[in-house]
Write a protein that binds this ligand. Structure first.
Ligand code: G1P
Length: 305
C-alpha cells in the first residue's frame, strides 16, 4: 500500500462480509455428497474459518453465509459447542479448546439461503435483506480463493475511502488462463498498486480479454451493486454474474478501482489446489512442517531416481 493510500485510512469501510457458499462442490465428489466443500480442511482448519478470520481482520463483525438448502453445517461451524468445550476443559486440553472456540469468537455468522443456483451475482443479492439501512458497502469473499498474505481488504477499504465507489482485487495471470476469470479493462492511477477500471468481462476468450488482470475473489462493493444485480440479465453460463453488475455500475459512471495484489493465491476450488494450500500451510507449521519437509524431500528424490 502506498503512503498516500495508507494516510487516508479512517473508520472501517464495511461491517458485513458476504461469503457465497451455495455451490455443490462437484469437483470434490464423492466427499461433497455429505460434507460441504467449505468445511474441507487446510491442514486442520476448514477453509471457511480462514475466510472468516480474514474478514474479521479487515474489520467485519458479521459474516453472511449464502448457502444452498442442506449446507447448514457451514454456518454451524460458527456456533459454540458447549459439550465438546466442557469435555476438553475437563481434560485440560487448552490448545484444542482454543481451536474449538476460535470460529465462534471470530465473527457473528448469519445465513441467507439461495434456493436455486442462479449464479454468483444472484448469490450475493440474496444477502441484501440482511443488511442494515446504514450499511453503504459490503465485502464479498469467495471462499475458493485464498489471497495471501491476508490483508488486501484493508488496502481495498483505504482505496474506497480515497476514490469512492467499489474496489476489487486483481491478479495478473498468464493470458491463456484469463478465460477462467473476470477480466478488467484498466488504466493507471498515481499509485502503481491501484488501477481505475473502465470495463470488466466475465470469462473472455484469451484473445478477446481486455487485459490479463483477473478478478481474484475479493470485492468491496458499494451498496449500489444490489440495484445493479436486479437489473442484469443472465450472462456467461446462463448465470447472473457479479462482474456483469459491476460492468453495469461502471457504464453508469460509478467509480471502480482494483488493488493489484502481488502476493500469492491458492485456488481451493479444486482438489489439486486444496492439496497445494495444505502442503504450503503445513510446511509453515512449526509442529508438522519439519517432518513433512523431510518426507517430501525423500519422496521427491524417489521420483527422480
Ligand atoms: C468467479 C467470478 C470471476 C472471478 C473468479 C475468481 O468465477 O465469476 O469473475 O474471476 O470467481 O476465482 P468462478 O471461479 O466461480 O467460475
Amino acid at each position: 500500500m502506498s503512503a498516500s493510500i495508507r494516510a487516508t485510512l479512517g473508520p472501517r469501510a464495511f461491517r458485513t462480509a458476504v461469503v457465497p457458499a451455495a455451490g455443490l462442490g462437484t469437483r470434490f465428489l464423492p466427499t461433497t455428497k455429505t460434507v460441504p466443500k467449505e468445511l474441507l480442511p487446510v491442514v486442520d482448519t476448514p477453509a471457511i474459518e480462514y475466510v472468516a478470520a480474514e474478514a474479521a481482520q479487515a474489520g467485519a463483525d458479521r459474516l453472511v453465509l449464502v448457502i444452498a438448502p442442506g449446507k447448514e453445517s457451514v454456518a454451524a461451524h460458527f456456533d459454540p459447542n458447549p459439550d465438546l468445550e466442557a469435555g476438553l476443559a475437563g481434560q485440560s486440553k487448552d490448545a484444542l479448546l482454543a481451536k474449538v472456540r476460535r470460529a465462534p469468537g471470530l465473527i457473528r455468522a448469519q445465513v441467507a439461503v439461495q434456493r436455486k443456483p442462479l449464479g454468483l451475482g444472484h448469490a450475493v443479492g440474496c444477502a441484501e435483506p440482511l443488511l442494515a439501512e446504514d450499511e453503504d458497502a459490503v465485502a464479498v469473499l469467495l471462499p475458493d480463493d485464498f489471497v495471501l498474505p491476508t490483508g488486501v481488504l484493508i488496502t481495498m477499504a483505504a482505496v474506497r475511502q480515497r476514490h469512492g465507489g467499489s474496489v476489487l482485487c486483481a491478479f495478473d495471470v498468464p493470458r491463456e488462463q484469463i478465460s477462467a476469470y473476470g477480466a478488467f479493462a484498466i488504466e493507471d492511477t498515481d499509485d502503481p498498486e491501484v488501477k481505475r477500471v473502465h470495463g470488466v468481462v466475465e470469462k473472455p476468450a484469451p484473445e478477446a480479454a481486455p487485459s490479463t488482470f483477473a478478478a481474484a475473489g475479493r470485492y468491496l462493493l458499494d451498496r449500489a451493486v444490489f440495484d445493479a444485480l436486479r437489473r442484469i440479465v443472465p450472462g456467461v453460463g446462463g448465470e447472473l454474474q457479479l462482474t456483469d453488475a459491476v460492468a453495469l455500475l461502471i457504464e453508469e459512471g460509478h467509480p471502480v478501482h482494483v488493488v493489484v495484489h502481488g502476493g500469492g493465491r491458492h485456488d481451493l476450488g479444486t482438489p489439486a489446489g486444496l492439496l497445494r494450500a495444505s502442503v504450503d500451510f503445513a510446511l509453515a507449521d512449526p509442529e508438522i512442517g519439519p517432518e513433512l519437509r523431510r518426507w517430501l524431500h525423500d519422496r521427491l528424490r524417489q521420483e527422480t531416481t
